[in-house]
Ligand binder design. Sequence first.
Ligand code: TXA
Ligand code: MG
Length: 327
Amino acid sequence: MRISLEEAAERLKRGEVVAIPTETVYGLAADANNDRALKQIFTTKQRPADHPLIVHIADISQVNDWVTSFPETAVKLAQAFWPGALTLVLPAKNHVSRIVRGNEPTIALRVPNHPIALALLKLSGLSVAAPSANLFTQLSPTTASHVEAGLGDTIPVLDGGACAIGIESTIVSVAENGDWQLLRPGMISEAEITQVAGLAPQHKNSTVSITSEVLTPKAPGQHALHYSPRTPLLLFKDKAALMLAYKVLTQANLKCAALLIGEGEAPACTVLRLSNQPAEVAEQLYDSLHRLDALKTDRLLLELPPATPAWAAVLDRLSRAGGGEIQ
Ligand code: TXA
Ligand code: MG
């Protein structure tokens, strides 16, 4: 069910959930200060309660409503990348709902860079918690139709077109002393974060004392099997490995479809070929996987991009979709 901006704002104010566009992926939104509405996000997504949500705010001035400390490093990151595909994890104020932060002492915040998402935040006057609008572990949606295909058409969707970035935001946690850590790679690269925030403590000379908290990556919900199509899939380091597997699988009468990156040889099955530009591949990645999944073949064969920093986020999502094993 598609709804207008005004209706989306009204529904959020009434404590209902609504799917909304952002520049990264569609989110399943609810009032971040309404526990009953927040619980509905978890029920709709079938998401475990210990997987915290990202709170979307209208601008940087709202950060202090949520956190006990907004360290200089985090301020610099927010100024450099907001509105945009960066989520900051900061020490939460006591009053912040335990449901939205999955019982963590921290809260994840982001100012989205999508005109409709920003208009909705302003019109409703709310801060909006929104995980990706898909069932737990399944593919993230980058169009209104993906949301409807995944969650059913009873979910109200505010249609904002296809997402321009196409994969989830970069998540960075910043401790009170300014030490930062990359929790989830995204299209804002680790190098861009480093340029603004300085080196992360694990890369500095270790005369500085590092707490065990800083050393342990803490991103609940980042487990291996995530962002997955329903069709079993296989990951390949290059086209040669993929072609070899394709031959074996076809001989065993298994129907395949493939996702390739860049030019080169292709198997004689349905093939989606993406360019060799990381930003273009990110934008089309989930849509391609949704389309390949809809073919209901026996296997999806996915070629991985090279393991270079520019591809880190795409590689992360593809590896998780495939459960991590590479042929
Ligand atoms: O681009 C995005 O970030 C999208 C759009 C809708 O904004 N949202 C998104 O939400 O990807 P979700 O729920 O699919 O992923 C949120 C992730 C969690 O799985 C968790 O790893 C991390 O954010 N997270 C949230 N709160 C956290 C916290 N307090 N500490 C550590 N990690 C946190
Ligand atoms: Mg998600």
